[in-house]
Design a protein around this ligand. Sequence first.
Ligand code: C5P
Length: 394
Amino acid sequence: MSATAREVVLGVGAGIAAYKSCDLLRRLQDRGYAITVVPTPSSLNFVGAATWQALSGRPVATAVWENTHEVSHISISERADFFLIAPATADLIARIAAGRADDLLTNLVLASDAPIMIVPAMHPQMWNDPATVANVATLRSRGYTVMEPEVGRLTGSDTGQGRFPDTSAIIDRFDAITGNIRDLVGKRILISGGGTREAIDPVRFIGNRSSGKQSMAIARAAALRGADVHLVAANIDTSTLSGVTVRHVESAADMGAGLAEEFASCDVLIMCAAVADVKPVHSVVEKIKKSLFTSIELEANPDLLAELGARKTGQVMIGFAAETSNLAESARSKLVAKGLDIIYVNDVSNGAIFGKDTTSGIIITRTGADIALKEVSKDALANLLLDHAIRQLG
Ligand code: C5P
């Protein structure tokens, strides 16, 4: 399972409803799912690979014989958290029930133990045929979710049970399986991330080891939960983020300006960035010659979080700290000094945390008991902090 539990294989069978899955794919992406489309070869008669590639932004294969060096049926199934097969024809349902592996999609289904949801669409007579009824029962007995097709008009003049359900009905059912919680809809979350750089000259700067991974994990989790997310990103590559408004900044002063503009309209501020404590008094436009580069005169940067804390009008404020000793005590005094509701203190002893996908530390709130975390994923911490923020928002 991927770290964020949102990697989905969208399997597409050879039904006319395949065109409706183009919209389904878009709506799933809006909800934060990352989608790899795997059409059956005959479904390409309805919607071609180019459409799926353009919509998903990912390569599309139908047979195990494509991209053989990547062993796609193993690599894609290992990455997938969930399968959604929509539309599923009677033939595709029969092949899955029989355990066949005669195209890439059925290979993936066999090679994965991720939850699978199937959305059948076919002529009512095929749906009601004893063979299909038995195959559906087999799949349900194996734990697959098989949606009931809708009753209504079919592509021809017939009516009956066989229609592809509404996109919203499919998504509601799928969200229930994936546990996709949408509890931040209508909330604006402002996040800072990365490490600021304070220019010495055009070549050199004072920086720090922050990778920005934690801020991106929070941004991703908040977007997935429906928030309007704004990330002020200091020197990080945010190209993998979608559904997040990103403002790139370099120095503490740039970050302060960016946050000041956004703060009044946010509900939650999560100050994850490592802001340089000091900056050179003089930043020069010409590169300083090596022989003259012997010392740097420094001055303190303003404390951005403390400044925003003084302007707070009901925002929930979450800070981060990085310590090597006396974690809880020093974090608690920062919580009070900076007017925070919650602080997470990273244990950065022995070079841990920076650049990693996991974190160890303590969540400290004003009223609750401290929560110690050991080697949890940065995604898990992101969701825990968002849970706390929601509680504070009431
Ligand atoms: O560096 P310190 O331990 O004080 O950082 C605690 C919190 O304050 C962090 O959330 C950090 O982003 C923020 N901070 C800030 N401006 C600074 C220094 C830290 O906003 N100049």
